[in-house]
Design a protein around this ligand. Sequence first.
Ligand code: ADP
Ligand code: MG
Length: 681
Amino acid sequence: MKKNFILSDINNLKGVGPQLTKYLKKKKIEKIKDIILSLPYSETDRSKIYKLKDLQVGKIQTVKVLVKKLNFPRIRNLPNKISCEDETGKIEIVYFNSREGYLRKLFLLNKFVIISGKVSYYNNKYQITNPDYVTSLENQEYVVKNIPKYNLTKGINEKKYRNISEQVIGNLPKIVDWLDEKFIKDNKLLNWNECIKKLHNSKEGQNNQSKSFRRIVFDELCANFLTLSENRKRIRINKSPKKFTNKNSELIKKSLPFKLTNDQETVINEINQDLLSDRRMFRIIQGDVGSGKTIVSILSILNVIKSGYQCALMSPTEILAKQHYTLIKKIFKNENFDIEFLTGKTEYKSRNVILTNLISGKIKLLIGTHALFQKKINFQKLGLVIIDEQHKFGVKQRSELAKKGGNECDVLLMSATPIPRTMMMSIYGDMDISKITEKPSKRKKIITLSKPEKKISELWPFIKKQLLNNNQVFWVCPLIEDSAFLDYSSAKEKFKIIDKIFPNKVGLIHGGLKNEEKDKILKSFLQKKISILVTTTVIEVGIDFPNANLIVIENANKFGLAQLHQLRGRVGRGEKQGTCILLFKDGLSKNAIKRIKVLKNSNDGFFIAEEDLKLRGFGDLIGFQQSGVKSFRFADPVIHEDLFKLAEKYVQNLRGYMDQNKYSFLLKLFDRAEIINTSEL
Ligand code: ADP
Ligand code: MG
């Protein structure tokens, strides 16, 4: 068998016709390599030959018996029966829908046969109906052993699948391993061929800590990291350096009501270096909620505009885009360049004006939602794209985005979702990472409390006090309206209740509202015309209300840790003490209790992300599932943390030089090649 054969379609195997191809496809087995990657989940033990007197009903067992009599009834629908025996008893082998000629060849009178199948008991006799295997003594090794058990589907039985998988696993090509012997030995891994055989033919495939399992995990991680590293190479191409001095940003800094933190200054420097360099920037700022990423991005926008380019700033929601627009207009009030706002809802006429002024270069900064990336939107000289809160962007989208701006366009992403250290390379391996861990100095730690839902009435006096002190409150519910199926509270119902207690002070906002309505309500909250905002998670991302310092979250156990931390980050952004109250129903799980503890004890998003990973597993890691980064088939950042580090080091040591001959098979094995989309691979 050749390497390329493994990468070809499954129907190239002997015995795999259109019908079987269809069934295998249901199990996501489309290429021959998928057989290699589909590990057995257990084994069927056919290794012991039982005496008939020792048989156990309901189990799959193997017997060696003498064929005594074949019985083929001439009446339709009656089964064919073969009577057999050993020195301890008798057994009947029963066949439905079988052909006489076939059975006569299989069962020779007065000869011994090996039979393996599920034992039953009927009419005082042991029976095996439609046995899995019948074979002569000479061929018994094929049957009398432990046989790997795969996750099969209708239309494929064990024997059929074995025929396919053994063709592949038994004939693996002798490939030159991409890992050298010393590396394999030093890190207690296995060579590739041996690893694959063991994964299929021993219990190692079922043990995610076994040597061979760890080897395939390592391969999967390498494939992933190499892809990102290649992607990075393709993005970090040459560009002309932007030209600006610090003069302009210093003026803006002076006009701010606060001093930047050290982390903010460091990140601004990192970005400036990128802008001034002759390589395209592809950087993400990872900063906890409220760490002050926005101002950092605003200063880079200024620098890029000053060097004669246009900028685009994209936000995931309209509310957030509008907030940026308002803030930036204010900060740039003394600058005389055009700033425009564009969303999918911008009216046709004004949209056309914007399009014209973009292409002529009159507009220097365009702020908006996904609409910024519509086909028709063309810039005269786009120099920087900034995407806010876009941890949910996948690798593929990121590289497409980078293409959009053309070769001169730098790209800056911002995310308020800290990623656990182990996952950093898997998710952002194609980018440079800037971290803001420090919070603005005057910011106080948010106090987090938990309360059973039935004591909700104890909150009213507390809220009353807040309102008297001129503070504002967010009240978060998981649902927009009551649901017949889910026992969660809804924003609409809660609004009615709270509105009765605090008349004329409560607003309601949720994703079901029209944007104009949303804007109106947010405005009245911002202008303190209302004091309590009942909401769904629409407020989760990015919005800044410095005067809000209490957030109540209902059915808090419905949310993940990272998401709760995000929500909590909506308050305590000003200088006043922020409080977060988590409401729960009774009977919390142990896990839920642990999660509350984590939140109560920490305000550090990076720490919380690590804990979230441990408690919920990486399948739930916020943003990861949606990120489009292919989720791992074998690797688990909790169980295989050391291998994540090892693979990271391994790929870093290649220093961006990937020997395609060596690694292309690996990348194709794990379906990574199409992401980087090279013709050579
Ligand atoms: P995020 O990183 O979550 O996007 P923002 O950029 O929205 O956070 O900043 C949160 C709040 O903190 C804003 O009101 C902003 O004006 C303020 N802020 C930013 N940097 C500082 C700083 N160095 N000192 C004090 N307040 C700051
Ligand atoms: Mg933000």
